[in-house]
Design a protein around this ligand. Structure first.
Ligand SMILES: [Fe+2]
Length: 338
């Protein structure tokens, strides 16, 4: 990357705040040995408001760039143990950092998981997995992970997403593109604002979904605060659209590529992504499979005060259910949201 390449804004947490966060995480880890402990949620709810206000400021929505890097936190590499071979093998590895992420996520909004993904865990493990190198999921490695909205197929998808880095020895880049930075002709904007094609669930949720219930959704529309994005080309059946639509969609893809920013996360750094403004992806890399691989954690966050398009209220999300121990909030929609 040249020195003039665009970079994301960095929010650096001060050492005193980082220590306060780490202390609370360690105390929680000593009391709750597992992320599945039902008492953990109440404890996080109790402890998150006690944290310095800088924590809540660090996880404010990123603005028009669509993403920021949060730095200033430390990871004890020796204490982590080997990078697990899959999310199933992760167990409680990295639990302290998961708790830091949970505290950050709770300071931002409502952390949630998915019943059908990684057994409903609130904090997901992202590691390269053998045999899945070329999938369009976080378990891949050898292929470019195409830019996408997280869980674009679902009306309850995250408003914000936190990706936390435990290990990234080969400095593998995560890519981010903001819809607020793309240029589209008026014709293309009008075309893309029409609900023409559905977005189908990605293969991390299995492959046996009933496609008959799929509702078409626009990839770009004007929300109350500007252009808003819902985009996952790998799971959008573009061949069903006419040539004009395909041309507009192709222009959107080219523009998202043009404005793409590559962020290389170091251990302890987090990428906070606005999932309504920015798509994210990953450059290809060669997995090591020797216990030192790239290792990220992910948490999805919903914001109580952010609405979605009213038409999304009619979507069933292909039957995928949210796991919402921090509150049973239905996906909200707003008549003004387009
Ligand atoms: Fe993703």
């Amino acid at each position: 990357m040249s020195s003039s390449a665009p970079a994301l804004v960095r929010r650096t947490i001060a050492p005193t705040t980082a220590r306060a966060l780490g202390r609370v995480a360690v105390e929680l880890a000593e009391s709750f040995r597992s992320p599945f402990d039902p008492e953990l949620v109440a404890a996080v709810d109790r402890r998150a408001p006690e944290l310095p206000s800088e924590v809540a400021e660090a996880v404010q929505p990123p603005g028009d760039d669509g993403a920021v890097i949060i730095s200033g936190l430390q990871v004890d590499d020796a204490g982590l143990g080997p990078t697990p071979e899959s999310w199933r093998a992760a167990g409680t590895a990295g639990f302290d950092f998961e708790l830091i992420m949970l505290l950050l996520a709770r300071s931002a909004g409502q952390p949630f998981g998915w019943r059908g993904q990684q057994n409903g865990r609130l904090i997901n493990t992202i590691v390269p997995s053998r045999g899945r190198e070329r999938e369009q999921t976080g378990a891949s490695s050898a292929t470019t992970l195409a830019p996408h909205t997280e869980d674009a197929f679902h009306p309850g998808r995250a408003h914000l997403m936190l990706l936390g880095c435990l290990r990234n020895p080969d400095r593998v880049g995560t890519t981010v593109s903001s819809v607020r930075r793309v240029r589209l002709t008026d014709d293309h904007r009008r075309t893309l604002a029409e609900p023409v094609l559905p977005i189908l669930p990605d293969s991390s949720y299995g492959t046996d979904h009933d496609q008959d219930s799929a509702r078409p959704t626009p990839p770009v529309w004007d929300g109350p605060e500007g252009p808003t994005l819902r985009y996952d080309p790998a799971y959008t059946p573009l061949e069903r659209a006419d040539a004009d639509y395909r041309a507009a969609y192709g222009q959107l893809a080219a523009e998202l590529d043009r404005v793409k920013i590559t962020a290389v996360l170091d251990p302890g750094e987090l990428l906070l992504i606005d999932n309504d403004l920015a798509v994210h992806g990953r450059v290809p890399f060669t997995a090591r499979y020797d216990g030192t691989d790239r290792w990220l954690k992910r948490v999805n966050i919903r914001l109580a005060d952010r609405a979605r398009r009213p038409a999304e209220a009619d979507e069933d999300g292909f039957g995928e259910e949210l796991v919402e121990p921090f509150g049973r909030q239905q996906p909200s929609t707003d008549p003004l949201a387009g």
